[in-house]
Design a protein around this ligand. Structure first.
Ligand code: PHE
Length: 493
């Protein structure tokens, strides 16, 4: 079967010229489809000449369409009057009653009888012809021979019709006119080049106006978005990122270096995931290890230590790091080994593992945001000052601190913030000043203080994105559409 484009070409070959509007009626197609077929003919070259034209046509407004469906207001009013009349007021209260009433009166269709003392509307003639409706039907059928200019004016005034501009084309044969459309080539192939067949082929023009296929791209998980927000804040504040690409640590760096005693409950298999293969680490900086052993068992640097038998075998046990403070410890040790101390500001945001009972807010792994500042003579006031700045950049301005305990910090503070959405104070982090028992064996100068803090990445992300269950955010039950649909940024902060 010939396509609409071919039918149009056939028509033009038999008739010198034709408008696209005419073609639409001839082929009983929507005018837009004819225009589409014309555009496709034009991609084959100058087959036809298309002169753009426009006409004003009369069309019905929404109200005009209702008139055609239900009758004019005056006819509706006329038809609403029963044989023995109706109270005028009741009649006028019908929808569009007032205008219908006055039109019906002036057309002489109805009268008002006041003989009973009350105005009663009655039919004046037995039958009416709703000419307004009939005229509107003619207009809707594009048959305007009976529609005088004054009628047009009246219908426009009554907002029953409106002028529409219609754009169309007058088509004639063009210099490359033909009635058959050879399929246009879209690709220049190796065969066409080697056989020379390309010389006789017609190629489709590039459509430089085509919109193209929207590229499918990846979507960042909310955790990654909040992660980059934290990272940006640290970078703005002059911090540099610590290498956290080792999930497995020895107990030595995860606990012992942090002056966490070997009997501490966190070092139990109920709290920590130990590694079975390889079970232990044997390479340590031995000088430093000896100092750590000494400070745990006998003390030093003004401390009496924990006074127990420190075992190398306990320190050798490999584990999935329980906090990124293990990385901070290694970094501070390296700093202590440098010839001369220089102040540092480090941060990291990465995964840690704890043998937790899983529930709506706990997973066995999560991300920790960690900050460390080392400089001479820092104080708790500096720590609070850094938090004020750090959390202000996150949009959190109300902070409170509560004394806490960590084996490696003294003093230690839990950080609370007021969550406006939840209307309560919630704990967001833990912090403190690293103990001399931790820093001095590393070789750091005595008057150097190291401030540090840690928070989870999941908690602020859940709050910001409104998730109550961590399993909606992480794990096998995550809905991938959540990742795709979560907002790029949140202006609420
Ligand atoms: N490591 C601590 C935790 O796991 C956080 C912390 C880091 C506390 C540094 C004080 C200093 O919660």
């Amino acid at each position: 079967m010939a396509s609409l484009s071919e039918k149009i070409l056939q028509y033009i070959s038999e008739n010198d010229e034709v408008t696209t509007l005419k073609l639409a009626t001839v082929f009983k197609e929507d005018h837009q489809k004819v225009i589409g077929a014309l555009k496709s003919i034009q991609t084959y070259g100058d087959l036809v000449i298309a002169d753009p034209l426009s006409d004003k046509t009369l069309g019905l407004t929404e109200e005009g369409v209702l008139f055609v469906k239900n009758g004019s207001h005056e006819a509706v009013i006329y038809n609403a009057i029963p044989e023995d009349g109706i109270n005028q007021k009741e009649l006028m209260n019908l929808p569009n009653g007032k205008i219908g009433f006055s039109k019906a009166m002036s057309s002489g269709w109805i009268l008002v009888d006041k003989s009973s003392g009350q105005p009663i509307a009655k039919k004046k003639i037995p039958e009416i012809i709703d000419t307004v409706r009939d005229h509107l039907i003619q207009i809707s059928q594009n048959n305007c021979s009976e529609i005088t200019d004054s009628l047009k004016q009246e219908f426009k005034k009554r907002k029953l019709v409106q002028e529409n501009t219609i754009k169309y084309y007058l088509l004639k044969r063009g210099p490359e006119f033909t009635t058959t459309l050879a399929k246009l080539e879209t690709d220049l192939t190796w065969e066409m080049l080697s056989t020379g067949s390309w010389k006789n082929l017609k190629f489709k023009d590039y459509n430089l106006d085509a919109l193209g296929v929207p590229p499918e791209s990846g979507y960042l998980h909310p955790l990654l978005k909040v992660r980059s927000e934290f990272r940006q804040i640290f970078l703005e504040m002059g911090f540099s990122e610590m290498p956290t690409n080792k999930y497995i640590e020895s107990s030595f760096w995860n606990f012992d270096a942090l002056f966490q005693p070997q009997q501490h409950p966190a070092r139990d298999a109920h709290d920590t995931f130990f590694i079975s293969d390889p079970q232990i680490t044997t390479k340590f900086p031995m000088d430093y290890l000896k100092k750590v052993k000494e400070v745990h068992s006998n003390g030093g640097y003004g401390s009496i230590g924990y006074r127990y038998d420190w075992e190398l075998s306990e320190a050798q046990k490999n584990l999935l790091r329980t906090h990124t403070t293990a990385v901070s410890a290694r970094m501070l040790y390296n700093l202590g080994q440098e010839k001369e101390f220089h102040p540092v500001k480090f941060f990291s945001i990465d995964r840690v593992f704890r043998n937790e009972t899983l529930d709506a807010t706990h997973l066995a792994e999560f991300h920790q945001v960690e900050g460390v500042i080392a400089d001479y003579n820092l104080t708790l006031g500096d720590l609070i000052g850094v938090f004020t700045e750090f959390f202000k950049k996150l949009g959190i301005t109300e902070l409170e601190f509560k004394p806490a305990y960590n084996p490696y910090t003294e003093p230690s503070m839990e950080i609370f913030c007021f969550h406006k959405g939840l209307g309560k104070w919630i704990e967001i982090g833990n912090s403190g000043i690293f103990r001399p028992e931790m820093l001095l064996p590393m070789g750091l100068p005595e008057d150097v203080r190291v401030l540090a803090w840690g928070l989870s990445l999941e908690r602020p992300t859940m709050i910001k994105y409104g998730y109550n269950n961590i399993r909606d955010l992480v794990g096998p039950k995550v809905d991938l559409m959540m990742v795709q649909n979560s907002p790029i940024c949140r202006l609420d902060k």
